[in-house]
Design a protein around this ligand. Structure first.
Ligand code: PLP
Length: 279
């Protein structure tokens, strides 16, 4: 399935259409916001929470966004051109626009979810920890660090994943300098202890508030679990009843090893994946 490209106010165009100016601040500075949304049966899953988060991200960057209804229309145009049988990743991208001023640049793409991503839902992932170089709660006092904003500046996230691959791991768990687990470069940490499903508090740590983890925790009662948030040190995860990384495209990936230590497989993984509606 080829990629789909849709431009705000224009609609679907050939996917290789050049659409960015050379002075677009999204390219020059990574200055903009984006969302990645899972497309299943031809529909964007959880579009509303993603657009809510995009609005929060833009607010943190003091950047205007196109009207929400226009973004919904853009997503709809892209999805209408997508084959409903294929799992897709819908990216909605909004940059601050040209350097000398001008409107926000906004477009959407859809690409197939990679086979390796789908496989990780079933096979789990090997994860290693790496420092993010900041104390766990510094970003609440330092708004310029853009905690909680999903900006286009993902070079560090991608470098972290390349570093992990170089170590033979599938993913990274970022750790604060004071020793707390934060998040992974493109996913949220979730773990289970004594029937309570936990995640890391986004409001106090400046991690990205994951929409997939939020859905899981909101619906934890349907699995007979309770939900809560707290900080945790990576070593404590070795004793959890299950540890997962959650994100829109991959859904739920069970952490099979953490820093080379094998974690016990959780019997809950399949039920949790089904609750999220992933195949
Ligand atoms: N944390 C980071 C840094 C991410 O980039 C993502 C993915 O967008 C997530 C967490 C998971 O968020 P979501 O579940 O909304 O995809």
């Amino acid at each position: 399935m080829a990629r789909v490209l849709a431009l705000l106010g224009v609609g679907v165009v050939p996917a290789d259409t050049p659409i960015l100016r050379a002075d677009d601040l999204g390219v020059l500075r990574g200055d903009g916001v984006f969302e990645t949304i899972h497309v299943r049966d031809g529909e964007p899953w959880g579009l509303e929470p993603h657009l809510d988060r995009m609005a929060r991200s833009a607010e943190r960057l003091s950047m205007p966004l196109p009207p929400r209804a226009d973004l919904v229309e853009l997503a709809g145009q892209a999805c209408a051109a997508w084959s409903p049988e294929v799992e897709g990743g819908l990216r909605i991208v909004c940059t601050r626009g040209p350097e000398d001023g001008g409107p926000v640049t906004a477009y959407a793409t859809i690409a197939p979810v990679a086979a390796a991503t789908i496989a990780a839902r079933h096979n789990g992932v090997a994860v290693i920890t790496a420092t993010l170089g900041v104390p766990a709660e510094v970003r609440t006092e330092a708004p310029w660090l853009l905690g909680g904003a999903k900006t286009l500046s993902y070079a560090i996230n991608m470098a972290s994943l390349r570093w992990a691959a170089g170590q033979g791991a599938d993913d990274v768990l970022w750790v604060s300098v004071d020793g707390y687990a934060l998040e992974a470069p493109t996913s949220t940490l979730v773990w289970l202890v004594d029937g309570v499903l936990y995640t890391v508090p986004a409001a106090t740590t400046g991690i990205l508030a994951g929409t997939t983890a939020a859905y899981l925790l909101e619906h934890a009662g349907e699995l007979g679990m309770r939900a809560d948030e707290r900080l945790i040190r990576p070593a404590e995860l070795h004793d959890a009843d299950g540890v997962w990384l959650t994100s829109s495209s991959r859904g739920l990936a069970e952490v099979r090893t953490l820093d080379g230590v094998t974690l016990d497989p959780s019997p809950e993984t399949t039920r949790m994946r089904k609750l999220l509606g992933y195949s």
